[in-house]
Design a protein around this ligand. Structure first.
Ligand SMILES: C[S@@+](CC[C@H](N)C(=O)[O-])C[C@H]1O[C@@H](n2cnc3c(N)ncnc32)[C@H](O)[C@@H]1O
Length: 251
């Protein structure tokens, strides 16, 4: 059982926050988020965020997960595997036959550049039957129209934004996709932590402190009271790339 009462205390522990920030930046200087696989595919995430996503997927039980930013496909395979487990658990509970290849649930991944070797590996993965990919910029009219059309067929939608991390791009993604998030579900914006890191850590990136996913979230929330930041998640994770990025849709 989760020790719920100890989580706010962790969130307000200033000494822990300082130590955590130092430790987090040190980990990033060693490219920590590039060290992990999920079911054989590289997933560019911190393990803590992977656990948080597992908890959210179990809680929301989405039938569609929309993800911008595919890279090597690890996060798509992760989401698809959790959807497969949801199908399996529901079949067991209903005392029904579980056909691992059939599912009404889907992960929809979008990337501006799906490298051929990544596409081949994703398409031949055992989780592939639950995955659909779109190649194109996540903020192009064509992609947005396609995603919205696909989303019409689903009722519990979870959204993850993890592509280009500039303020302008993420704000455009939020404006395009956040409203596809079902009430009670989440729109997760990754790499909001860039705002809290030294600008020297992004020498060759167009994003940095002042121009990143967190500044986009803050801007978006000014006119979108249907979303709130779920602070409990970052308080319990401590090591997360998505502080202020776990947005819960409440209305
Ligand atoms: C951080 S990686 C995604 C990591 C992946 N979600 C994971 O957890 O393994 C970012 C990806 O965003 C893609 N990207 C960059 N700009 C984009 C855009 N305008 N539209 C869609 N994808 C974009 C890049 O090609 C890259 O593959």
């Amino acid at each position: 059982m989760i020790e719920q009462q100890s989580i706010p205390a962790m969130g307000s522990d200033q000494k822990l926050a300082q130590t955590k920030n130092t430790f987090f930046n040190m980990l990033c200087s060693h490219k920590y988020s590039y060290h992990f696989d999920w079911l054989g595919r590289p997933i560019i995430q911190f393990p803590q965020d992977i656990v948080a996503m597992q908890e959210l997927i179990w809680e929301v039980k989405p039938d569609l997960i929309i993800e911008t930013g595919i890279a090597h496909g690890g996060s798509l395979i992760f989401s698809a595997s959790l959807l497969a487990l949801l199908d399996m658990c529901e079949a067991i509970e209903a005392n029904k036959e579980f056909n691992p290849k059939r599912s009404a649930r889907k992960v929809l991944g979008i990337d501006i550049d799906i490298r051929e070797h990544n596409r081949v590996a994703i398409e031949k993965h055992p989780m592939a039957s639950r995955i659909q990919m779109i190649e194109g910029s996540s903020i192009s009219e064509q992609t947005i129209t396609q995603v919205k059309k696909i989303a019409q067929g689903y009722s519990r939608v979870l959204v993850c934004l993890d592509s280009n991390h500039t303020h302008e791009h993420v704000l455009s993604e939020l404006n395009a996709y956040a409203n596809l998030t079902s009430i009670g579900s989440y729109c997760v914006v990754f790499d909001t932590v860039v705002e809290d890191m030294p600008k020297e850590m992004f020498p060759d990136r167009p994003w940095g402190p002042g121009d990143n996913p967190k500044t986009a979230v803050w801007e978006f929330l000014k006119s979108h009271s249907e979303f709130v930041i779920d602070k409990d998640i970052e308080h319990k994770l401590q090591l997360t790339v998505a502080p202020d990025g776990y947005l819960k849709r409440i209305s």
